[in-house]
Each structure stands twice: as C-alpha cells, then as structure tokens.
Design a protein around this ligand. Structure first.
Ligand code: SAH
Length: 215
C-alpha cells in the first residue's frame, strides 16, 4: 500500500474541510492529517477515503465519516497514556487515530470476519500495540477496567450499564444514543466522585449497536 502525493493532497483538503466544519483540536487535526485513511478501505475506493462521508467496509458496516471521527476524538480530551476502550473496531481507523493521539487502546468488535480482517490490517500497518478483542461491547472489557475513556462507534438506545461501571473516576464516555434508522444524539458522560454528568450534543447517523457476537 502506498501513500502518494495525490493521497496526501486529498487528505490535506479533507482536514481543511473538517476544520471549517468546526474541529479545532490541533492534535486531532495533526494526527488525522498523517494517517492514510485509504489504507483502511478496500482498494479501488481511494478517492472516497478523502471525502467527508461514511463508507461501506463490508459485513454491512461502515467506516465513520471523518468529521464524526474527529468530533468524537475531540470530545474525549485525550491525555498521553490514557487507557481507552473503543466499542466497534470496524475498519480500525478510529482505533489508529486514538493510538496516534498517544493513548493505550483496547477495541472490541462483534463481527468475527471484520475482527479477523482488521486485526491483521492493524498489525500490518504497525498498530500491533492496539489490543483487539472479538466480543460484545455491551459487556465491555471487565478484566482491563477501569478505563480513562470509553468511546462507542455504534449507537445503543441507552448507555450500557457495564460500560459506566468500567469508567474510572474523572473518566469520559462518548456515545451516540438513539433508535436504529433515526439520527442519534451524541452524549458525553463524565464520572465525577462516583456520579455521572451528562452533556447532550449534536445529531449524527451511526450503525446500531447489536447484542452478541456474530460468527
Ligand atoms: N470505529 C469504526 C466504526 C465502525 S462502525 C471505524 O473507525 O471504522 C461500528 C462497528 O461497531 C461495526 O463494525 C459493528 O460491527 C460494531 N458493533 C456493533 N455493535 C457492537 C457490539 N455490541 N460490540 C462490538 N462491536 C459492535
């Protein structure tokens, strides 16, 4: 896989576009301007990688829109060495962004085919230190809890209790909430002295968070 001048040029324009749309976090913009998003999509769709749209990655799933990736990443207020749990590995692109932000990343995917493919891709791209898990995100990852940050990239109808339990004090959880097929509202939950403060933010469209592992 190569990242040539044409890709780099398209990526530069994409980053300028998401900045115009309101992303201002310098490190988020810097990290996203360096990662070749087309590496996370099927060959032949390289131009699509640099449009600000979600895109199919097979198994009825999508790689999130770049603006959405930037928006969620910005909300997490990532500090170096943060332990982050991502629900919905998908293409692996968001996990790579979190890793390059300086975090220790744990990511769970429920679809076995996608899990196997993306785990191999992440290794090949030099992201072998991202810990990948096949499992149901509704259960979180109890044996590695607590997490400083938890990010959901598929939408549940309500915030899964297990994930709130696995959030450390002063931790931040970011998730879209809402019914399948409609738009979902982004919420940010902060754990303060054992209780939760919730901010309701903008509306987005995500794939639904589904129960169980699909083999
Ligand atoms: N973060 C991904 C976005 C993928 S879309 C990326 O950057 O490409 C959301 C993903 O969440 C899909 O791959 C879907 O299979 C997965 N998903 C849905 N419900 C899940 C669950 N309960 N546990 C883990 N993954 C889930």
């Amino acid at each position: 896989m190569q990242d040539n001048y044409r890709h780099q040029g398209m990526r530069k324009r994409l980053i300028a576009e998401i900045e115009r749309k309101g992303i201002h976090h310098p490190k988020v913009l810097e990290v996203m301007s360096k990662i070749p998003r087309h590496f996370f999509m099927d060959r032949g769709f390289e131009d699509w990688a640099y449009k600000d749209v979600a895109f199919p990655i097979g198994e009825e799933q999508t790689i999130s829109q770049p603006y959405t990736v930037a928006y969620q990443t910005q909300l997490l207020e990532i500090q170096p060495k943060d332990r982050i749990l991502e629900i919905g590995t998908g293409s692996g692109y968001q996990a790579a962004v979190l890793f390059d932000m300086g975090a220790k990343v744990y990511t769970i995917e429920r679809q076995e085919k996608l899990f196997v493919r993306t785990e191999a891709l992440l290794k090949r791209l030099g992201y072998g230190r991202i810990r990948t898990f096949l499992g149901d995100g509704f259960a979180g990852l109890q044996r590695f809890a607590p997490f400083d940050k938890i990010l959901l990239t598929a939408a549940p109808e309500g915030i899964p209790g297990a994930l709130l339990d696995q959030l450390d004090n002063n931790g931040i959880l970011v998730t879209p909430i809402g019914e399948t097929g409609k738009t979902q509202q982004m919420v940010r939950v902060t754990k303060v002295n054992g209780s939760f403060e919730m901010e309701k933010l903008d509306y987005f469209q995500f794939v639904p968070m589904l129960k169980g592992v699909q083999r």
